[in-house]
Design a protein around this ligand. Structure first.
Ligand SMILES: NC(=O)c1ccc[n+]([C@@H]2O[C@H](COP(=O)([O-])OP(=O)(O)OC[C@H]3O[C@@H](n4cnc5c(N)ncnc54)[C@H](OP(=O)(O)O)[C@@H]3O)[C@@H](O)[C@H]2O)c1
Length: 272
């Protein structure tokens, strides 16, 4: 694929930027078609040592790359765009990985007509099991979306969503891995409460999480059906479920995701 492979610059290669770099490399993207930028020299050295990728300054990245993947924190985006915005030719594709920031935020700081695609991915990209939701900004065409998909497909699943849904996506799948980790952590504690050694509790729950996730993905069944299959009349599971309902776990989930969605909106307002 080498001749038509675009040069991609990951601008602000922190945790998410690094996930993208490593995923693209695993998918066979040639290292000479990748660039990265970083603020601290130590970070730049780390990225070069780990991936052999060329780390350059932001303006060199703008100059040399066809695709700019911006992965700075939302609160750093305005300063970055002040620096590079005027130098970005209007035909370059800008991919934003920043939580909360609308594509309009980028378009206000980039030359008229610059295509921007917003992507919300998540940390399971590290094991090629990311969920990446992709939305076009005002000037992004089908070809731009297809290119963004080509870059994120090797990292896991992709889904096109209208940009208006991206704050909800951020709350659900962007932050989602943290909720599952919290649940697993709590279940390991519960195992310890019941007298199991920590490692045994850990192994039981991690494999149960993997098995349940694979069934959710592959069985085609609704989660309610899958749960019902484990919930026999007057059995153990229904007793546990009554306690989960008594403690408002379902309501807590609704409130938690609403809070995450609201925080995404706040971050966007503060970044402006
Ligand atoms: N973490 C997640 O699970 C997750 C999930 C989905 C989306 N996101 C989004 O991904 C973005 C990055 O998050 P993160 O967790 O990867 O943060 P991070 O680890 O702090 O990465 C951001 C990187 O950008 C660098 N940077 C900041 N300003 C720069 C500039 N002007 N020029 C060059 N580099 C610059 C920072 O350098 P220094 O290290 O030197 O400060 C840092 O390495 C955020 O917008 C976040 O909303 C994160």
């Amino acid at each position: 694929m080498a001749p038509e492979v675009h040069t991609v610059a990951v601008i602000g290669a922190g945790k998410i930027g690094e996930l993208m770099l490593s995923g693209l490399l695993r998918s066979g993207w040639p290292v000479e078609r990748l660039l990265a930028t970083a603020r601290r020299p130590a970070r730049a050295e780390e990225l070069t040592a780990r991936y052999g990728v060329r780390v350059v300054d932001n303006l060199t990245a703008v100059d040399e790359a066809e695709v700019l993947a911006v992965s700075v924190k939302p609160q750093d985006a305005a300063a970055l765009l002040d620096e590079i915005g005027p130098k970005v030719p209007a035909d370059k594709l800008v991919i934003s990985l920043c939580a909360g920031l609308p594509t309009a935020f980028f378009n206000r700081r980039l030359p008229e007509g610059t295509p921007v695609v917003r992507v919300m991915t998540n940390t399971p990209a590290l094991v090629d099991e990311a969920m990446s939701a992709i939305s076009p900004g005002a000037h992004a065409t089908g070809a731009h979306l297809a290119l963004a998909e080509e870059m994120f497909k090797p990292l896991g699943a992709t889904l096109r969503v209208p940009e208006s849904q991206q704050d909800a996506v951020t709350a659900l799948s962007g932050s989602g891995p943290a909720y599952f980790y919290l649940l697993v952590e709590a279940m390991i504690d519960a195992g310890i409460l019941l007298g199991l050694p920590r490692q045994v509790a850990h192994d039981l729950i991690v494999q149960t999480a993997i098995g349940s996730a694979v069934m959710l993905r592959d069985s085609g069944e609704h989660p309610v059906k899958l749960r019902e299959a484990v919930t026999s009349p007057a059995g153990t599971t229904i007793n546990a479920i009554r306690e989960l309902e008594n403690h408002g776990v379902r309501a807590a989930m609704l409130a938690a995701l609403e809070a995450a969605r609201d925080r995404a909106r706040e971050l966007a307002a503060q970044a402006d």
